[in-house]
Design a protein around this ligand. Structure first.
Ligand SMILES: Nc1ncnc2c1ncn2[C@@H]1O[C@H](COP(=O)(O)OP(=O)(O)OP(=O)(O)O)[C@@H](O)[C@H]1O
Ligand SMILES: [Mg+2]
Length: 497
């Protein structure tokens, strides 16, 4: 049969027009308007159901599903099709992470069904952020549960892959009820870099390891799976560095609570509620805070924070750490046995810690000057690890010079608590006069500096009696050692290491 040429011509014209229409739709962006129109048409013939995932629950505790949805949505390819998307740098500087802008919609497809998510943010500050899931009623029964399960698994996998330890800092302006601001925690401190008595360090490491495995144990006892530590000792002895080492060792986030930014006792409770499990909750300089009479958080607020009902019922698996310079002026209620599980004293540097520092800072395991340094430590002279570290960093290119400067500091300081800073200030003020003495280029080590430091020390009475220091140097006297070792906290009230 012969096809009339007019029909062939018509077919060509139609194909040509369709092609032109396609080009027009795609090149001009009219395709998006068409898709939107088609979507509105579909919406008219389907019945939808909405599910809200708010950021916080009614007791202001973080809703973990919200975070999971947020991670999941950021991983969807369709996020790029959203009208507004926020771009952030990721873990590595060349990574770009996309986040949905407020009130934007994103589509997802699961088991052949299309669902939409709306990132709902109301403008009023009291309102939380919410993700709203829009799902066809006809699909709901079939896909809702497996879909949520899928989000849960995918976000967990994504989080595991990009797991960075985070440092959370409390803020006093509460945006969307959010009380914490977070940054990636990149503190390089580890147990290897901390100079500390070998046995004590091992004991602490295995204490943390046994804590990690003790979920059943704690729950069998009817206790919250948490452990608390008090780190106390003079300034610059490594308390904060030790907390960082703990967080790195455990892979836990750190919540660093600045009590001076807390508005009142109930604010402190809400802060605790907004922490997650697998975290180190840190309060630094608690002694100083408690001595400050102008604070807005009461002693009972702090006590409740430490071991109140709230503490036991919110997120599990956490480490509470309090640091202090000394326990002498602290209310006995804080230190009462059983409140903080382990008390650890951070002493000034002894010879063994000095060797760890020399190894870490100078790469020196042994040196002909070591016996001389040891002698000074034996006579009771000491500096804090921070002070020794500072001397070593300043002379890191010459271990001999570094060790000589430590010897000079030990020799001239006796008990050198705090004097290094004063020397430093003095040297800054004296326009860094150069000495040429034994090739030491840092102003800190100048003869003038040392003499002036001696005068200042006399003037301010900084030289302390060695005997006082000795009695403080390593508190291994158990306050109430009722028999058990680590993990047996039910029988003992606290351990003092
Ligand atoms: N025991 C230590 N081992 C290794 N480095 C230490 C030690 N103690 C202090 N340092 C070094 O000294 C510096 C100050 O230490 P850190 O801030 O941990 O002391 P701190 O006890 O928390 O002092 P403060 O009571 O003033 O807060 C850090 O850079 C750290 O590297
Ligand atoms: Mg500190």
């Amino acid at each position: 049969m012969k096809i009339p040429s007019a029909i062939i011509l018509l077919l060509f014209v139609i194909l040509g027009l369709l092609f032109l229409l396609r080009v027009l739709l795609f090149k001009t962006g009219l395709i998006y308007i068409t898709k939107k129109g088609w979507r509105s048409l579909q919406d008219c013939v389907h019945v939808y159901q909405f599910f809200k995932v708010p950021e916080f629950d009614e007791s202001m505790q973080e809703n973990h599903l919200y975070r999971q949805v947020s991670i999941y949505l950021s991983s969807l390819a369709s996020i790029e099709d959203s009208d507004f998307t926020n771009l952030f740098t990721g873990k590595k500087t060349h990574d770009i992470v996309l986040h949905l802008d407020p009130n934007q919609v994103i589509d997802d497809y699961f088991l052949g069904a299309r669902v939409s998510w709306i990132n709902e943010v109301k403008n009023d500050t009291n309102c939380c952020r919410t993700f709203v899931l829009k799902i066809r009623r006809a699909d709901k029964r079939r896909i809702l549960r497996p879909y949520l399960q899928h989000i849960h698994i995918t976000s967990d996998e994504l989080e595991q892959k990009k797991k960075d330890v985070k440092l959370h800092i409390n803020i006093d302006t509460h945006e969307h009820n959010r009380m914490w601001r977070s940054v990636t925690f990149k503190h390089p401190s580890t147990f290897d870099t901390i100079a500390m008595e070998y046995d004590l360090k091992n004991k602490l490491r295995s204490d943390l390891e046994s804590f990690l495995k003790a979920e059943q144990y704690y729950h069998r006892l009817g206790r919250a799976w948490k452990r608390s530590y008090l780190l106390y000792g003079p300034s610059g002895t490594g308390k904060s560095s030790f907390v960082a080492a703990m967080a790195n060792f455990l892979g836990y986030d750190v919540y660093d609570i600045d009590l001076s930014r807390v508005l009142d006792d109930s604010d402190l409770k809400t802060l605790l509620l907004q922490t997650t499990s697998k975290s180190v909750i840190l309060i630094e300089d608690l002694d100083r805070f408690l001595m400050d009479k102008s604070t807005r958080v009461s002693l009972s607020g702090v006590l409740n924070f430490m071991d109140g009902v709230l503490n036991a019922c919110c997120a599990d698996e956490r480490i509470m750490v309090y640091t202090m310079n000394g326990k002498d002026h602290v209310d006995p209620a804080i230190l009462r046995p059983g409140r903080i599980d382990v008390h650890i004293h951070f002493p000034l540097c002894d010879f063994s810690s000095f060797k760890t520092l020399a190894n870490n800072y100078l790469g020196v395991k042994d040196h002909k000057l070591f016996p001389q340094v040891e002698e000074f430590f034996q006579t009771g002279a000491s500096l804090s690890p921070a002070e020794i570290g500072e001397l070593m960093i300043a002379n890191r290119n010459s271990p001999g010079r570094a060790l000589r400067s430590v010897i000079t500091a030990l020799q001239t300081d006796g008990d050198g608590r705090g004097s290094l800073n004063i020397r430093k200030q003095w040297n800054d003020n004296s326009s860094r006069k150069s000495t040429g003495d034994s090739g030491e280029h840092s102003g800190i080590f100048s003869k003038e500096g040392v003499n002036a430091m001696k005068d200042i020390r006399k003037l301010y009475g900084l030289l302390r009696l060695k005997s006082t220091k000795k009695s403080e140097s390593f508190d291994r006297t158990p306050d109430r050692k009722d028999g058990q070792s680590i993990g047996g906290e039910s029988a003992q009230e606290h351990e003092s290491w």
